[in-house]
Design a protein around this ligand. Structure first.
Ligand code: GDP
Ligand code: CA
Length: 310
């Protein structure tokens, strides 16, 4: 099996490419759940849903979240009734959260619910939530000179990523357990690929679940990461700005520094070839290729490169 550590959109695009070159039964993605939150009594799992919708071919790729051909009547009604509606949810999207929440209430685990939903979409890969326990990414940011502690979606959506971030913590991580299959998959995988996802808020929470980083360290030679930054910029999202305010270097080298203790190879973009030497100095291999997944072909080519690293 090929294991992939996955956030949302960057991971979803990479997984689409991987599934063009490897059968889904041989792919297991371990997905960040630190973004999960509760809205209107429903459990929302943004990264699991981004991956599911993308692979099912129903994602709104232009918008970067939610479904194609979506309507927002439910949200309009919630607003009419005075409910907070800064977190946008479309009518079809609500269906996912209703089914998930109902199944969770009936006693199923998030793993079981995720398997059910991916099966309904006919997806052949395995999506494993990093944990079935509650882990919440907390963003410690500065607003009007004051430090505030925000839930991930409050910072990301309500505050539009504007408040400078000076720390990120993972509430509940200490006592969380990896979901069933997570450690087994990482132990047995032929290859472990870190998708081009945000290192701080997509990969960071996965590493915070006890047992996962130890397991990765023991597999270091088989771990390959794709840099989510190209020319020091995130293709989409706040990675660059966030790394800078956290005191990290927003570059492939900066990402390599975060991953070096458990990852042996970084795949970086042609535009960043000058960073290869500094990555090698961290006792890692650097492989230079096109990492911009402009279409499915480009994503599939990138997946082949990740699979073919020694
Ligand atoms: P989110 O949870 O939806 O924000 O998703 P991720 O953390 O998985 O993805 C966000 C990261 O994906 C950003 O840092 C982007 O720079 C990166 N990303 C998105 N598309 C591409 C791409 O085509 N190539 C590379 N190298 N990175 C990408
Ligand atoms: Ca996310």
């Amino acid at each position: 099996v090929i294991a992939v550590l996955a956030g949302g959109v960057g991971a979803a695009r990479f997984l689409a490419g991987l599934l063009a070159v490897v059968p889904g039964r041989d792919v297991a993605a371990i997905v960040n759940t630190g973004d999960d939150d509760n809205f209107h009594g429903l459990t929302v799992c943004p990264d699991i849903d981004s991956i599911t919708y993308t692979l099912a071919g129903v994602a709104n790729t232009a918008q970067g979240w939610g479904l194609q051909d979506e309507t927002y009547q439910t949200l309009a009604m919630l607003r009419q009734l005075g409910a907070p509606t800064w977190f946008q949810l479309g009518d079809r999207d609500f269906g996912t959260h209703i089914v998930r929440s109902e199944l969770l209430r009936s006693g199923l685990s998030l793993s079981d619910v995720t398997a059910h939903i991916t099966q309904q979409w006919g997806l052949s890969l395995t999506l494993l939530p990093m944990t079935n326990d509650r882990v919440a990414t907390r963003i410690h940011a500065t607003v009007d000179g004051h430090t505030v502690d925000l839930a991930m979606q409050e910072w990301f959506v309500r505050e539009r990523c504007a408040p400078p971030v000076h720390n990120v913590t993972f509430e509940g991580a200490h006592s969380a357990q990896p979901a069933p299959g997570v450690l087994e998959t990482l132990e047995r995988a032929e290859r472990i690929i870190v998708a081009p996802s945000n290192p701080c808020i997509s990969i960071g929470p996965i590493l915070a679940v006890p047992g996962i980083s130890d397991c990765l360290r023991s597999r270091r030679d088989d771990v390959v990461a794709i840099s989510p930054l190209i020319s020091g910029r995130a293709v989409k999202g706040p990675a660059e700005h966030m790394m800078r305010t956290l005191g990290l270097t927003p570059s492939c080298v900066g990402v390599a520094e975060l991953y070096q203790s458990w990852c042996s190879t970084m795949i970086i973009d042609e535009r960043d070839s000058h960073e290869a030497d500094a990555i090698c100095a961290l006792n890692m291999q650097a492989h230079i290729t096109n990492t911009l997944m402009s279409d499915l072909d480009a994503a599939a080519t990138l997946a082949k490169v990740a699979l073919s690293q020694p």
